[in-house]
Every structure is written in C-alpha cells, then in structure tokens.
Design a protein around this ligand. Structure first.
Ligand SMILES: Nc1ncnc2c1ncn2[C@@H]1O[C@H](COP(=O)(O)OP(=O)(O)OP(=O)(O)O)[C@@H](O)[C@H]1O
Length: 707
C-alpha cells in the first residue's frame, strides 16, 4: 500500500468500525466528529487485512465505510452504512470553516451505537442533499483500471485476493423506480454511477464490502445465477425473440446471469419440457411471452411437483408448491399477469425485477370439473363475454392484438346472457364488512401494493394454517369433541390477531381431496366446521369472472378486479347480470378507465372467496369434457358463438367444461416482483449537478392499505 495514504481504523464501539482515509490532498483530507471512544491507528496492511476479513464475514453489515471519492470530477463523501450507500457533495470550505478543519459528516450528531439503533429511521438522518442507494436496488458492482473497464459485465475470474490492486474506478449498477406521475410510477430503469479514488486499495475494499453485503442481504441471497428461459416467438406481435435479445439479454449479462434459452416451436412445449427434464441446475424458470405462456410455465411446474410427490394427477390430495421461482418477461398481447405484478408491462421493468431477485408469493387457482383437476389459472377464469372473446379471437390470431377488439364487439353484440348457478363460501373483505355483496360496502377494500400487509399476513400464516387444517380423521374426531371445533379462535386469542388477520386464518375448503369437491360435499362439510352456509346464486349473466389478480393491463389500468390481492389466498368472483345492452356497455367502459369502480354498478356483484363452483342450468351431462379440451362442446351458431352456453377463458386459453370449480391456493408460486407502487412525489434535490438517485428502495414502498 502507498505510504502516502495510510488507513486509520476507528473502532467506535464493539459494534462499529469506521475506516477513514487520509490523504495529502486537502480536499480529500478529513478528520472526524465520530471519535468518541476511538481506539486507533493500525498499520495500512493490518487495516486492509481486517477489511477483507470483515468483507468476507457474514456480519460485515455492521461496519461503516467512509471515504472521499470523485464523481464526474467533483468530490463526494461516500458512506457505506448498513444496507445503504450514501453520497454527498463536499462543499468548498468557507472562511469560517477553514479555521475549523472539521468537515461536516453525513451521520447524525447523535450517532447510534448499533445497527439496530440506526434501523429504519437512518435514512432520515442523512444530510438534506445526500443521495441514498439501498443495497436491495444494486444490481452489480465492478471495479476497473479505467472507467470503461469498470462498466463491463462482472468478470468471473477474479485475481487472487492478495494481488496488488490497481483499479481506481468503481462502478455500481443499480435500479431506480421512476416516479413521474400517478399513471407512470412503476417503471424501473437501469442507472450506473462510477466513483474514482486514486487509492486502489480503497476501491478494492469498497467492492469487497459491497459484494459481501449484497450476498448477505435477504434479497441478495435470492439472486439468480442460472436461469432457464423459454421464449414464445408466437405470442403478441411475434416479437418475443427480439424483445429478449434487445432488452433482456444485456441486463442478464450485466448481472452475470447464466441464461439457457429455448425458443418454443409449438403450444404446450414449455409444459412438456418442465414435466420431463432435469431442472436441478437452474435457480429459476423465466418465460418471455403473454399470459398463456406464463400459464404454461405455472402448469408445468405445479404438475411436475405433483408427479415428483407421486400424487394422483387427476385428483391430488393437495396442491404442492413448486420449488423453482418464476420470472416473467412480457411479450404477449395483453400481459395482464405482468401488469398486475408490477403495475406496468414494461419489459425492462420486468427484467430488472429478475436481476434484483426479490420474490413474492403469487396465488394460483386450480380449475377442476366434478371428475378431475383440469389446469391451473394465474389470472382470470371467465365465462360469458370474455369466454366468448377468447374462443372467437383464436380464429383471428392473424389480426394480432386487433383480434380482441374485433371479437370483443362481436361477442358483445351477440351476448344474450347465460344461465348459471354458483356456490361459494364468502370471505370478508378488508376492512371487515358484513357478509354481503361488496357493492353495498361504504369503504373500499384495500389495493394490493408493494409490502402489502394483507399478503404478508397470509404468507406468515402459511405454516400455522397448514397445521390448523384437520385431516379427514381429525375432522371426524372434531365432530365427537366439539370443543376442538374452533382451533382458529384459540389461536387468534394467542396471537392477538385483528379481524382481517382472522379472516385469513379461516379453514379453507381446498384442503379437501378433490373427490369431495361437489357443492353438496363442500356445503355440508364446511357448514359443520365453520358454522357458515354456502351461498347459492342463480341467474342470467352477461359475464362471470373468477379473478385471481387485478387483471390490469394497458387498456384497463385498474383491471377488472381492482381489489384482488396478489397473495392473500382469495379470489374475487365478479358476477355481471345480463340487463340491457347499455348497462353492458357501462360495465365495459367502467373497467377501461382509471376512475371506474365496477362495485358501484347495480347489476354487478363482487364476492371474495377461496373457492366457487359453477354449473350451467340444464346442461347436458354427457357433454362435459374431461380435460378441458379446446374444442367447443355444443354446436355453435353460424357466428361461431353458441347462444346457450359459453366457454371459459382461462388465462387466455379456452376451456369448455360447464361444471367448474375454481380454488385459490395461497402463494403457490414464487415470482420475481415487489408489487405495484402507489404514486408519491419524489424528493427534490437541491444540488442539480449531482446525478439523481432514488430514495432507499424501502422508502418507496408503502402499505397496501391506502388507495
Ligand atoms: N411456437 C409456437 N407456435 C404456436 N403456438 C405457440 C408457440 N409457442 C407457444 N405457443 C402458444 O401460443 C399461445 C399464445 O401465447 P401467449 O399467451 O403468450 O400470447 P398472447 O395470447 O398473444 O398474449 P396474452 O395471453 O397476453 O394476450 C400459448 O397458448 C402458447 O401455448
């Protein structure tokens, strides 16, 4: 190490070590106000060794690094503090300050002594002009001898740790969420910042510390190294391959992701590969395509797990959780799954979420008829209008996305309503409401945002919930011992759960084997267990939707089911009664706008449930398909739309069964997402010459419970 630039390690407390640099350059010299109990001064070599040791230790997150760097030829003080990198422009010393050589530090006066104390309010304590970058948002860190070299993707072959460092440039690639307006606050973009320091030892130390912190942070530990990518070249505008090459591959390279790509050659190929191939060398599965492609991946992974566990594929006793998480890159026509996950169908945003590694559990619904499990649904299962659109539009795929508009008008005009009977067990909405259609509630239910409380409660209760459900034997026992009938009640008391949390703890019908899946079986079983009655609704419907997620898309930014949550284990059943043509039009316009709320329409009912059963009235039994074939069952009229029965639209695919049960499985699949954000005005930075940076990623995240 250069003797001109010795390191001084200040040990403030047993929990802290601050490494400061002193240099002959007055602009880069600093003393400190921190040194309350500073035990000091180690040799340069010892400090470097200590630093690299601490970098490799898991507990390195308690260290603080503070150095001066140059950024665009301006001097900055840069601090690595817990999970944050903070940098602040060094001001030229004023006359009064020149006498007092102490430079203002970005840490608060009252320096907390432990990381816990620094905790969540640490970001508010930095200087007003500080730029704060959260570790969760860092994609990669690389040093280089030149700025250009530091911009290259990470080098897999690192020089030995004891080699003399030469690199003076340190580039941090990170993701930033753009918060431009209420309608554009969910796009993320890639940013980079390059710091320069004449001392290569400091640069190396920073890189080591940053990498160690990234690896030990919860999100960093989840980052993907080996990815299996399926590209559907057929979906949307048939631009899946170009989308991947142009926008996604460079980002994966930058993050050092080793991606194996397969371009599909036929429908259902993804599912077949996932069912039969060895996937042990992959950390995750990624698909580039629309909702149909995502559904193929989810179906493939869940059925694979069912096979691995040797469960009955037609009537599994329970639905197991696949081990691999799923990444989705939008390249379809509507891309509602991606839009609902991120609040945008922007390709870069979706790719950036894969790089950042943060995952959330996504509910997946199973769709079954009275005889067997048919498939899994990630977005919406819809009968009537949307079912007709799906069946119709397949014939006009050559039109591209216009086929939906054409088929939409045709299906709308020919819709005479469909007779149906539905059975469901209603779940209360948030806030707790009477067991009634949502349309009569005074307060709107919560919207699912990043850090959604409702979903995180559902996630944290997963373990407890599984042990709460009685097996068939336990269930019989409970009938003989009525005191044990309310395990949730006693648990609620122990855990002091709120009403909405209690609702999430309710026993679920989906734990029953599928052979008991007739409405009658459910009705009697659950009435006995929870003391609730199944609701039976009959009528003539323009459309029936079981929405697993909001189903938002560019055309319908709030989605058809605005208040659906991504991972609460519930689905929203939306019933649109057949009334007048004008009312049907009102409904469609309402879903298209940002301000609309279908719950305000008198002919629309929304029920939150974990499971519902549907059957047509007077349906001929012998026409039920077993596996949900794509063929229409009953004869269609001359327009291709059957006037008496519709078909189901399941994630854009056509299912023709007329006796269907849809059940939600809480957070069955892990997907790379944080959830959409609500708009909040970005912090204004006074120093305009400085690069703009995001507030801490967690600062951008709000609770779901506001609209
Ligand atoms: N090479 C291929 N040739 C034909 N069909 C394919 C091929 N690869 C995949 N498919 C099928 O194409 C169908 C449509 O794909 P996808 O749903 O991704 O696009 P989309 O329908 O345009 O988008 P969205 O569902 O978002 O509206 C899927 O059912 C998928 O199984």
């Amino acid at each position: 190490m250069d003797k001109q630039t010795p390191y001084i390690s200040f040990s403030l407390t047993t929990h802290f070590s601050i490494v400061l640099q002193t240099q002959s350059d007055p602009n880069m010299t600093q003393s400190t106000e921190f040194g309350k109990s500073a035990a000091v001064a180690v040799s340069a070599a010892a400090a470097a060794a200590a630093a690299s040791a601490s970098a490799s230790s898991a507990d390195c997150s308690t260290d603080v690094l503070l150095n001066n760097f140059q950024l665009k030829k301006k001097s900055y003080r840069v601090l690595l503090h817990g999970q944050r990198v903070v940098w602040e422009r060094l001001q030229r010393p004023t006359k009064s300050a020149a006498h007092n050589e102490t430079v203002k530090t970005p840490l608060p006066d009252d320096v907390p002594t432990t990381e816990q104390q620094l905790g969540s309010n640490a970001s508010c304590s930095y200087g007003e002009h500080s730029h704060i970058l959260h570790m969760d948002d860092i994609i990669s860190v690389r040093r280089g001898d030149t700025k250009q070299a530091s911009l290259q993707p990470p080098d897999l072959e690192e020089p030995p740790a004891d080699a003399k460092p030469t690199a003076q440039f340190l580039t941090i690639n990170y993701a930033e969420r753009l918060s431009k307006s209420k309608v554009d606050c969910n796009r993320w973009q890639l940013r980079r910042i390059t710091f320069y320091n004449a001392d290569a030892y400091i640069v190396r130390q920073w890189e080591l510390q940053l990498l160690a912190r990234l690896a030990s942070s919860p999100a960093g530990g989840q980052r993907v190294r080996r990815l299996l990518v399926f590209i559907n070249p057929y979906g949307g505008r048939k631009a899946g391959s170009q989308t991947y090459e142009r926008y996604v591959r460079p980002l994966f390279q930058l993050a050092g992701i080793d991606a194996t790509c397969i371009t599909t050659q036929r429908a259902n190929q993804i599912r077949d590969i996932l069912l039969t191939h060895d996937l042990s060398c992959y950390d995750a599965v990624c698909c580039v395509g629309g909702d149909g492609t995502v559904a193929e991946v989810i179906n493939g992974l869940v059925f694979r797990r069912i096979r691995e566990l040797q469960l009955d594929e037609q009537r599994p006793a329970y639905i197991p959780r696949p081990s691999l998480p799923v990444a989705v890159i939008p390249a379809g026509s509507t891309d509602t799954i991606v839009y609902s996950m991120h609040g945008t169908a922007d390709v870069r945003t979706a790719a950036i979420h894969v790089l950042l590694g943060q995952r959330r559990g996504l509910d997946v619904c199973s769709v079954s008829n009275s005889r067997s499990l048919l498939r899994f649904c990630a977005s919406v299962l819809s009968y009537g209008y949307l079912g007709d659109v799906a069946a119709e539009s397949e014939q006009y795929r050559w039109m591209g996305t216009k086929r939906y508009e054409y088929s939409g008008v045709k299906a709308f005009l020919s819709n005479r309503g469909y007779d149906a009977e539905l059975h469901l067990l209603e779940e209360p909405l948030e806030p707790e409401t009477p067991q009634s259609p949502v349309s009569v509630c005074s307060e709107p239910p919560s919207v699912c945002y990043a850090n959604c409380q409702r979903c995180s409660i559902a996630s944290s209760l997963q373990e407890q919930r599984s042990s709460l459900f009685p097996t068939e034997e336990e269930h019989k026992e409970q009938h003989h011992h009525p005191k044990s009938l309310a395990p949730t009640a006693s648990l609620n008391h122990e855990l002091q759960l709120s009403a909405s949390e209690t609702a999430l703890l309710r026993p679920r019908p989906s734990t029953l084997p599928l052979q008991q899946s007739t409405p009658a079986a459910y009705g009697s079983d659950l009435s006995l267990r929870s003391g609730e009655q199944w609701k039976i609704i009959r009528g003539n419907f323009f459309m029936i939707c079981g929405a697993n997620i909001t189903c938002a898309c560019a055309r319908s930014p709030n989605g058809i089911s605005r208040y659906s949550h991504l991972g609460d284990g519930c689905l929203d059943l939306i019933l649109v009664r057949k009334t007048t043509l004008l009312n049907n039009l009102r409904f469609l316009l309402n879903t298209a706008g940002r301000g609309g709320d279908i719950r305000s329409l008198p002919f629309v009912e929304v029920y939150r449930t974990r499971k519902f059963n549907f059957r047509t009235l007077n349906a001929p039994q012998e026409n039920y398909s077993i596996a949900g074939s794509r063929q229409p069952i009953a004869q269609s009229n001359s327009d291709g739309i059957n006037s008496e029965y519709s078909s189901w639209n399941c994630d854009g695919e056509v299912v023709t069964d007329l006796d269907v049960t849809m059940s939600s499985h809480c957070q069955l699949i892990d997907v790379f997402m944080r959830g959409p954000h609500s708009y909040s005005k970005p912090r204004k930075l006074v120093v305009s010459s400085a690069p703009t940076t995001p507030a801490s990623s967690s600062d951008n995240v709000y609770c779901c419970c506001k609209d």
